[in-house]
Design a protein around this ligand. Structure first.
Ligand code: SF4
Length: 344
């Protein structure tokens, strides 16, 4: 196995530059830019994709679950960067803590920033408790990090059909949480925060995860990382227990190693392009199918359920009252979209 050498990175940087394989011939204004969230959304419900990506309608206010996930990711990112830069565990822990607090204040809804919320599982003290537990839990594993938080733009091919010009370039974007080495094996590492109980069935689900497989493909093609392995770190978001019988903090973290053969990665590639093709077909005919099914009620209810459930003549008014217009910015917002698809 060819392995990338460990790299150093400056802990003070906000975002590393995007790694990409885009040639000068690709016109980004005409290309289709997709990420895991958009692909998953379209596959779940075409109308949901239409509300979000075509009509740019989103619910008002910040959401607690993705804001919490972003904060946790940020803390762990800065902890890892600090370790890579040679800081001691204690020093890196406090660097990550400061980054987490800053991200929390920036991303969480205002009600979570009030003291009355201290018992909430997404309160700042609880975020810091889980962050601290995470860092201490994985410290004995002695991971070697090769890359941390790498935004990427991967050219995955062209689609054809009823589109101006006949063909369209498709670019898949995302952020790889980390590439790490453990016991002579290199993994694409992904952090997943969740309020669901961390069990084997939940972890098994990531074998079929659009995002995780995409990060592995991108790591191979853009970073030259020779691996077919991913390592999921599941992080349980649960409030601090009041009794001794409750789970200990070490039980909040579970790892799952996943392996894909090359042909499985190619299957992911082909189906990602197929979905891109179908999105383009819907754009051409405007026939966005509504789910009328389990996606309307999943994860506490689709954020567009009130809109879809309203009489057609009232929807415009409802958008003015309860929603706002927002435009997705590839890569900059990817983290938020990724989280909102996974958290509860
Ligand atoms: S409420 Fe149902 S039909 Fe409407 S966008 Fe959500 S999943 Fe689709």
């Amino acid at each position: 196995m060819t392995q990338a050498p460990p790299i150093k990175s400056d802990v003070s940087i906000g975002k590393p530059s995007v790694v990409k394989n885009l040639t000068d011939e690709i016109d980004l204004k005409k290309a289709m830019i997709l990420d895991a969230h958009l692909i998953k959304t379209f596959r779940a419900c075409e109308q949901k994709f239409n509300w979000f990506e075509e009509l740019h309608v989103i619910g008002r206010g910040k959401m607690a679950a993705p804001g919490f996930g972003i904060s946790m990711h940020t803390g762990i990112e800065f902890f890892r960067r600090s370790k890579m830069a040679g800081e001691s565990f204690t020093s890196a822990l406090s660097t990550g803590k400061a980054a987490l607090i800053e991200a929390y204040n920036r991303n969480m809804p205002s009600e979570n920033l009030q003291e009355v919320m201290v018992d909430d599982k997404r309160s700042l003290p609880n975020a810091l408790r889980i962050y601290d537990g995470y860092c201490k839990h994985y410290e004995p594993f002695g991971y070697t990090f090769h890359y941390i938080e790498i935004p990427f733009a991967l050219y995955i091919g062209q689609i054809s059909g009823d589109v101006p010009g006949g063909t369209k370039d498709v670019i898949y974007v995302g952020i790889i949480d980390a590439v790490l080495e453990h016991r002579a094996r290199v993994y694409v590492n992904d952090l997943k925060t969740t309020g669901w109980t961390l069990n084997e069935n939940w972890l098994e689900g990531f074998r079929m995860d659009q995002g995780l497989i995409g990060y592995t493909v991108a790591a191979k093609e853009l970073l030259g990382v020779d691996t077919q392995y991913a390592l999921v770190h599941g992080i349980w978001v649960q409030k601090e227990p009041k009794t001794d019988k409750a789970k200990k903090i070490d039980d909040y973290f579970k790892s799952k190693e996943i392996y894909w053969q090359d042909e499985q990665l190619r299957e992911w590639h082909r189906h990602t392009l197929l979905t891109a093709q179908r999105i383009e077909e819907r754009r051409a005919d405007g026939e966005w199918t509504m789910d009328f099914g389990q996606n309307c009620g999943a994860f506490g209810g689709c954020s567009y359920r009130a809109l879809c459930a309203a009489p057609l003549g009232f929807r415009h008014r409802l958008i003015e009252l309860d929603y706002e217009q927002a435009f997705w910015t590839p890569l900059e917002d990817e983290r938020l979209q990724k989280m909102s698809a996974l958290e509860i």
